[in-house]
Design a protein around this ligand. Structure first.
Ligand code: PLP
Length: 401
């Protein structure tokens, strides 16, 4: 297993002192600038803004101190030059893609994606003449054929949702760079790091260019906010922010404030969720009513070796397949008392969802097979509850099968 870079609470307290006027005095918690617009001292401010002075605050869709505070903190935390915060993960993803691609361009992606991203690729991008091709993660060498001079970006998600299969990031980057050299043009590699988070997987260490994340999930961690983030080089984030002004997916100051609060416990939550997930996975693996448990740190996981190579922790997501197909999955989800039957993931409460009724709706049998999704699957986003309570809860629910 890769050694975790964050051995203490350094992550949540990483200093941004000196970057904002409240750093050494005033409130401990950064305040919410809950405003859509800003008072000019006099019209000179407006004139400065009109002449391109970016220090003049004018409108929250362009900039907001609370939002910018969180962006700085996340960039620092994730070892990126800059970050842009959005109203949702999908706003972050779609704005990133559209800032990189124009009509006629191609994207090469790994196939098992979050359903929303997959449907954006399948249903929306073709309307803008942007084509998405999919590479088999077990034959990454095919990138040599799939990448063409029209390819602008390679997009990947690992671990995947909900099957938690892994893609070899190092290999994908190496092959993409080879093609980049051949065609003498930049191919941007974008990873959705929502499932792992920066504490369990550090994509920039492998040469990935851009990280996108739904901050609705682990970064937010309390099921009380929507958000998305893009992290990368300053120049690129500048381009993303320019497009965001047009597309309008800017973060709301209150959501940014809640996210700032969440970052303070990020490392604590992730550590506990990693531990709980492993303990629950081990317990369920022995259960006679559970036909399969998918968790990257279990030796039974098909990509266990790769998980140890590229992850520093294995995350809070566990997927199980119960006996009795979708009816069995429904019975278990409806019988849980501690775990909550709800969509989404990454919060302090354990949530369960049935992929064929949630993330993977509106997909054909063929598409489901490609994503590795089966009817009896239950995706568990493991929270921070007492592990004994959680295991007992699943045991009593499985007894109802
Ligand atoms: N990426 C992944 C891996 C997700 O699971 C999700 C949502 O579930 C998203 C992106 C989209 O995020 P949001 O719902 O915040 O738009």
């Amino acid at each position: 297993m890769k050694k975790s870079k964050f051995s203490s609470l350094s992550l949540s307290t990483k200093s941004i002192h000196g970057k904002h006027p409240h750093a050494f005095k005033g409130p401990v918690t950064f305040p919410i600038y809950q405003t859509s617009t800003y008072r000019f001292e006099n019209s000179n401010d407006a004139i400065r803004y009109a002449h391109g002075d970016s220090n003049v605050l004018v409108y929250t869709r362009y900039h907001n101190p609370t939002v910018n505070e969180v962006e700085d903190r996340i960039a620092l935390m994730e070892d990126g030059e800059a970050a842009a915060l959005f109203s949702s993960g999908m706003a972050a993803i779609s704005t990133t893609i559209l800032s990189l691609c124009k009509s006629g361009n191609e994207i090469v992606s790994t196939p098992a994606l979050y359903g929303g991203t997959y449907r954006f690729f399948r249903d929306t991008l073709p309307n803008y003449d942007i084509t998405v091709k999919y590479v088999d993660p077990n034959s990454l060498e095919d990138l040599m054929y799939l990448i063409t001079p029209k390819t602008k970006l390679v997009y990947l998600e690992t671990p995947t949702n909900p099957t938690l299969s892994l893609i070899d990031i190092e290999k994908l980057v190496k092959l993409t760079r080879k093609m980049e050299k051949e065609f003498r043009k930049k191919i941007t590699i974008v990873i959705d790091n929502t499932f792992a988070t920066i504490l369990n997987q550090k994509p920039f260490d492998f040469g990935v260019d851009v990280i996108v994340e739904s901050s609705t999930k682990y970064l937010g961690g309390h099921a009380d906010l929507m958000g998305g983030v893009v992290i990368g080089m300053k120049k690129f984030i500048g381009q993303v922010k320019e497009l965001a002004k047009h597309l309008g997916g800017c973060a709301d100051p209150f959501a940014a404030f809640l996210l700032d609060r969440s970052l303070k416990t990020f490392e604590l939550r992730i550590q506990r969720q990693n531990e709980n997930a492993f303990a629950l996975a081990k317990a369920l693996e022995k259960h006679p009513k559970v036909s399969r448990v998918i968790y990257p740190s279990l030796p039974s996981h098909p990509h266990h070796k790769l998980a140890k190579k590229q992850m520093s922790g294995f995350g809070g997501m566990v997927t199980i397949e119960v006996k009795g197909g979708v009816k069995g999955a429904v019975k278990v989800c409806d019988s849980l008392k501690v775990a909550v039957n709800a969509m989404s993931l990454g919060g302090v409460e354990t949530l369960v969802s049935i992929p064929v009724y949630s993330s993977h709706v509106k997909m054909s049998k063929d598409e489901l097979a490609k994503h590795g999704v089966t009817p009896g699957m239950i995706r568990i986003s493991v929270g921070v509850e007492g592990i004994k309570d959680l295991i007992e809860d699943f045991e009593q629910a499985l007894r109802k099968l």
